[in-house]
Design a protein around this ligand. Structure first.
Ligand code: HEM
Length: 226
């Protein structure tokens, strides 16, 4: 046990845990986007889906607590690793030569922090209803929470559209590099796998962003309405 935690404290152990926790969070983001696409099927589909999740409070809260623990682990270990790497290189480079490092990899800390801010805003907005309390507690015709109505109401507001579009751009950048590098951390040093993993990150990130942006823009342009 002590050896296990000792291994986690090494930078290799941290990298593996950051990769695994990142992949779990990416899995949630893909699943969440697919669930939200039910906006295109109308209020009944999205509201019944949201109601179904709430009818299983034990499962819902288990997932929420697990997600929170994974987020805390991911952020905590990332900060620790960044500090460790900085300490290992006490003299800052005078000039920066970024040879293979992509823009995504150089901006992980920035995009990660912005993504966290977006998620906090998003939870206050659509889960807690703090950003726009007037519309949050409405019920639909079947007595379910009107999640569809909340989402449509939100993206009729240009400021919220802009915040969510910026959030998606940040998510895309972070996810694209994070997925490729997580898969590489966990993968074997093989040129074919390497190429596959490098391509998979941007592809999955793009699919998530396209799905989410489609929801925001379809509502903003009136293609989906209450
Ligand atoms: C346009 C994009 C998005 C839409 C339309 C959307 C929609 C929603 C809605 C409607 C809820 C509340 C569900 C309910 O109360 O039953 C929610 C919750 C949530 N969203 Fe999103 N979301 C989007 C993007 C994201 C992204 C990019 C993330 C993470 C990176 C995210 C993370 C979450 C989390 C963690 C919750 C709380 C889930 C819970 O425990 O109830 N969402 N989202």
């Amino acid at each position: 046990m002590i050896r296990f935690f000792g291994h986690i404290l090494t930078s290799v152990g941290s990298k593996v845990l950051i990769a695994l926790s990142g992949l779990a969070l990416a899995g949630f983001v893909v699943f969440h986007m697919l669930g939200n696409l039910q906006v295109f099927q109308g209020p009944e589909a999205l509201n019944s889906y949201a109601a179904l999740l709430r009818e299983m409070p034990m499962a819902l809260w288990s997932v929420r607590v697990t997600l929170l623990a994974i987020v805390a682990l991911h952020i905590g270990l990332s900060i620790r690793l960044a500090i460790h790497n900085r300490r290992a290189r006490p003299v800052g480079y005078v000039t920066h030569h970024y040879r293979r490092a992509s823009l995504g990899s150089r901006t992980m800390a920035l995009t990660g922090s912005l993504l966290l801010l977006f998620i906090l805003f998003h939870l206050l907005h659509l889960t807690a209803g703090v950003v726009d309390p007037s519309s949050h507690n409405r019920l639909d015709l079947r007595g379910h929470r009107d999640v569809f109505g909340n989402v449509v109401h939100a993206f009729q507001n240009p400021v919220l559209v802009l915040i969510y579009l910026v959030g998606q751009a940040v998510l895309g950048f972070h996810l694209s590099h994070a997925l490729s590098s997580s898969l590489q951390t966990l993968g074997m040093e093989h040129p074919m796998l390497d190429r596959l993993f490098r391509g998979a990150g941007p592809l999955i990130a793009l699919s998530v962003v396209v799905g989410n942006v489609a929801i925001v823009l379809a509502i903003a342009f009136g293609l989906v309405h209450a």
